[in-house]
Structures are given as C-alpha cells and as structure tokens.
Design a protein around this ligand. Sequence first.
Ligand code: HEM
Length: 469
Amino acid sequence: MPLKRLNDIPGPRGLADQWSMYRRRYQMGHVLREISQTHGDIARVPVAGLPKVLVSHPDQVREVMVTGAQYFGLCGQDLLRRVVPWTLIAIEGQIHDEHRSLLLLALRKILTRRLLATTILRGAQALSTLRDGDVIDLYQFARGVSLAIAASLLFPAEAGDEVVSGIDHTAFLNLMSQSNAWFLGMPLAFQKICLLFDIRHSLKVLTNRNRVRRQLTAAIKTASSLPRSGANADMLSLITDGSEVGGRMRDEFLEDNLLTILLASYDTTANSLAWALWESSRQPDLQSRIATEGSRLSDNPTDNLEWSNSAIWTDATLQESLRMYPSVWATSRRTLSDYRLGEFLIPRDTFVYTSQWVTHRDPRWFSEPQEFSPERWRPVESNAEAVSPSQVAAPQDAHEERPQFAFFPFGGGKRFCIGKALFDQEATYLLASFFARWESTPLENCHPEPRFGVTLQPDRPMLVRIKHR
Ligand code: HEM
C-alpha cells in the first residue's frame, strides 16, 4: 500500500482552527488531547508556520525519542536560545554529548555527597516557618523549598544563604509562566510577529529574563570569590575545577548551564511536588499513609539511605503526580529528512510533538485516567513490603502490559532528563516529611487547574489549612 502524505494526516485545519488554537494557547494540553482523541495517534496540529504533527501512541513516541532519534532534531528552541544560548536543552551534536556527560557526572557527585543532607536542612528550614492553623499556598511552599535546595546544590556551601536570598522567586516563576510552549513551537518569524502584537507581554518576558540573568551573574561572582573547603559538592566548583568530571566547562557555557540546571530543577520539582501535596491533601487516607512513612525519617542523612525503598505510598503518590500533572507536558522535535512514521510519510522539517499530558491520560494505558489514584502504582502484594513502585515492573493498575512509553515524564533516549534521580530523592523526602508533621485540608472553593506554560503550573494558589498531626 502506498504511504500516505502529510495532507492525508487527519486533524483540524484551516484558519478558523488556527485562530481557535491561538485563543486557547494556555490550554494547549487540553487542545492536543482533544485532537488526539478525535483524530487518532498521528494527527495534524493547526499552528501557523511549519507543518506540525502530534504523535500519541507510546510505541511511536519511543520511535521519535529513542529508536529513530537520529532522524529528529530539536525545534522550537528559538526563544529559549535567546534567553540561554548555550543551554544543554538547546544544543545538539558532539557539543551536547560532551556537556551532557560533564553535567551528569557532576550531578552524580552531588547526589552522593550532598543531596540528602541539603534536602534535610532546607526542608527543615521551610517546615519550621509553618504554624498550626496557618492557611498556606502549597505551590509557594514547594517553590520556596525547591529553589533553596537547587541553589544550595549549585553553589559552594560557603556561599549558601547569601546566594539563595539573592535569588528572586517571582522573576524566575514569571519567566517560566510567561513563556508558552505553543509559542516556542513556532518559527522565529511568527514568534516575532506575535510578539509585536503583544508588546506588553514581550517587555515583561525581556525584563524578567534580564533580572534572572543579573541575579545569576551576581550569584556566580559571589560564590567564586569565596574560599572553598572540603570535597567539591556543588555544581559550580565541580564544573569550573573539572578534575572530577572529565574536563572544565568553558566560561561561555557556564552561566547558561547553571541557569538551565537552576530553572530545570527548581521549577519542575516544585510543580510535581506541589501537585502531589495538593492531591494528597484532598485524600485524608492517603496523607495518613504518607505520614506513617514520613515518621520513619531521621535527621541523619545516612539513616535515610534505605528509607525510600519502603516508602511505598510516598513514591506511588509522586509517580501519580508525574502521570497526571507532568511538569514537562510536551516535547517537540523536527524531522531532519522525510521520515516514515506508521502509514504516513512525514516530510522533512515537520514539527513532531509528543505529549506526556496526552499519552498519560489515555484510557488504553491507564484505567480511569482522570482520577488521581496512587493505588495504581502500588507493587503487587507479594512485593509490597520490599520495594518501592518506581522500581517494580508490575504495578497494580489494570494495564500491566502497558508499553514503556505510555509513561515518560522524564522523556527518553539521548535527551532523557539528567535530574531524575535528584528529583526522586528530594521530592520523596519533602513529601513524606511534610505530612509527617502536618495534616492538610484544602480550602473550600479552591480549585487549582493546570496552566500550560513552558512547564505545567497551577493557575492559582493551592490553598490549604494545616494542623499539627
Ligand atoms: C519533576 C521533575 C522533572 C521532570 C518532569 C523533568 C522532565 C524532563 C524531560 C521530559 C526532559 C526531556 C526533554 C526533551 O526530550 O526535549 C528533561 C530534560 C532535562 N532535564 Fe529534567 N525534569 C525534571 C527534573 C529535573 C532536574 C531536577 C534537573 C536538574 C538537575 C533537570 C535537568 C534537565 C536537563 C538539563 C535536561 C536536558 C537534557 C538534555 O537535553 O540532554 N530536570 N527533563
């Protein structure tokens, strides 16, 4: 049978559909899900510019990210490159591979030498600010503590509080929420036209970008000027010294990649942790289970090394948060040549989207996908006491035969997230230690919904009242 061409790919098309897409650009996840449900696993997406296709079947997601990865390049990184030209996320080829391995090695060192102690210290500081009966915004709590941890991991301990307090959360948050993924997926010429139409918005993005960069330059200056002691256990020292990570990072890459790690780690972690805190607050049974696991935590890092293996509910809750509210909710690639995907021939220079939001909510892979149900991640009974869900091959969800890429919150292949282990350790500890101390009840009439910026953030404060347990 002859291959079908781009025009044969089903999907909405025409100016009316493009206009409707523009109007709903902050609900892009919902729009993409509707397109996938209506038009199938390979569907056209009506955004202006180069042709765009959404791929939703896990096997084809795997093809784009892993098995056929050499036929796909990056795309939609134009705006990102303006903010951070040398970020790992926007570079390709050998230079990407070299920097990736350098950063991965540095992160591994940080993980073993410092992560748990830093999480315990910063977690305890954040928890100590809460009072019985307080109404708090869980999102703000999660942002504060994950930014403090990220900054402490990036910079030498000696720079600690000075650097952390110099970083303004709001500027970082605004930068992430004002940049929109729909926007990033457009060719630069169209981005410029849209920016012209919305000068106020563009000025805000520019102002925040400049503020964020200024803060980071100041932080690097402060940190570099301080005498260091002991083994290197921070990103800046490890990548400027180079002796432990196979080479020194060149100066022009330094600031961009520190900024990338800071944003990538703080923002994604804060979002996923906040959704896990919020959904657990809505389920009293779940939070008591997490609290029981949290009560076994110790203030001594080495006593906690084995703890996460038995924190079944804490881990399952985070997995479910990553499924329902994937912080990176869509990724985009561009075909480098004509490419056969299923029954279609996708021409060169087509944008190919894969979306965690769409695939994770597909009832073929997850029963009742719109329900927040950590239960689905619990290991089968015989293993329940022994290992945590993320390490178990057969969770209890009805779809035990689920394909690997039905769940891909950290991506896959050569761009698989370098911070997964960091997130796992940090978020598990923070979630359990929060509920070990506090019982949390959502305020009536508070219904945060996801907002589809570059990452998936809640669209309003997540307000809860906390009571001592
Ligand atoms: C909930 C937490 C996180 C989620 C859901 C997440 C998700 C992702 C995803 C989906 C990708 C692949 C993007 C693509 O294929 O285009 C990615 C890449 C990346 N992540 Fe994460 N991430 C998380 C935490 C972190 C942390 C803690 C760090 C920092 C230490 C980090 C740093 C990075 C970097 C630098 C890349 C680019 C890798 C490359 O291009 O080689 N992420 N992340």
